[in-house]
Design a protein. Structure first.
Length: 285
């Protein structure tokens, strides 16, 4: 099938893009960056935006930069930018590890980090990263700028706190602290498929025990989030199999699993138990 008719607008600046959003957003105007989620559903006419605002020509949105302890990722930065580390130490390695699980290589060369965040699919790897690390989303409109914490940004399945006239201009990721460890694991039926469940963990080891643990889950609930029950099972405990098993069990019991054609609630709960444990096992240096 082919998309329904639409008008394409090409701003040269962020201000131009937000002006267009103010005008065309109420008319079902959409932002076009990578288009790897939007264009397919347009082709099937599941979405029929009357206006597309193509931001690929806005140079300032194509940057990845580090400011103090924050990594700033602009709205048109492609997934493929993370194939090689964009930051030092574990931060760069973590992003490079996660990106290889996103769809297939051709999609990663065009799809964007911020587009994935704005789409808010529960199975999005970048949404999991943002939630686990406590990212900040920067939204711009003619009314000004606001910064939205990850825990307030994701509201449900493909639902966010962005208003129809707001452009997600950047995502700010906190840099992992020195001597941090991370582990990532996801389960899908075939390589490149959407994840049915996935886990990301980060922590430091201090005096032989786990400190500052973060455990995030994606794909299993309506939105990605940190799991405080699993973090409590890790904090202050030694780095051993018994600790990992306790955290995995806590994560499995804490979730409210979604059900779909891929898996029922109990199957997803079992997957959460498995992916959490395996992410922790992969974190061991």
């Amino acid at each position: 099938m082919k998309p329904a008719p639409f008008v394409r607008h090409v701003p040269a600046t962020v201000g131009g893009a937000t002006d267009m959003l103010a005008e065309f957003g109420p008319q079902d105007g959409r932002i076009l960056a990578g288009g790897q989620s939007l264009v397919p559903i347009m082709a099937f006419r599941m979405a029929r935006p009357a206006h597309l605002i193509d931001i690929n020509g806005v140079a300032e949105l194509a940057r990845v930069s580090r400011i103090d302890n924050t990594l700033s990722i602009g709205a048109t930065v492609r997934h493929a930018a993370f194939h090689r580390p964009v930051a030092d130490a574990e931060m760069g390695r973590m992003l490079s590890t996660v990106v290889r699980h996103i769809a297939h290589y051709p999609i990663r060369t065009r799809g964007t980090f911020c587009g994935s965040i704005a789409h808010a699919d529960p199975a999005s790897e970048w949404c999991l990263v943002a939630s686990t690390l406590g990212a900040e989303m920067v939204a711009r409109s003619k009314r000004g700028q606001r910064v939205i914490a990850a825990e307030d940004f994701f509201e449900g399945i493909m639902s966010t706190a962005l208003a129809e006239d707001e452009l997600l201009t950047e995502v700010r990721l906190p840099i992992l602290p020195s001597q941090a460890h991370f582990g990532f694991y996801e389960f899908n039926r075939r390589a490149g498929d959407f994840a049915i469940a996935m886990a990301l963990v980060t922590y430091r080891v201090t005096d032989g025990v786990i400190a500052e643990p973060r455990v995030g889950l994606g794909g299993a609930e309506a939105r990605p989030r940190r799991i405080p029950e699993a973090e409590a099972a890790l904090k202050g405990r030694p780095l051993e199999a018994k600790t990992f098993q306790a955290a995995a069990e806590a994560a499995a019991q804490a979730i409210d699993p979604i059900e779909d054609i891929q898996a029922d609630a109990e199957y997803r709960r079992e997957l959460v138990r498995a992916v959490t444990r395996r992410a922790l096992e992969r974190s061991v240096p």
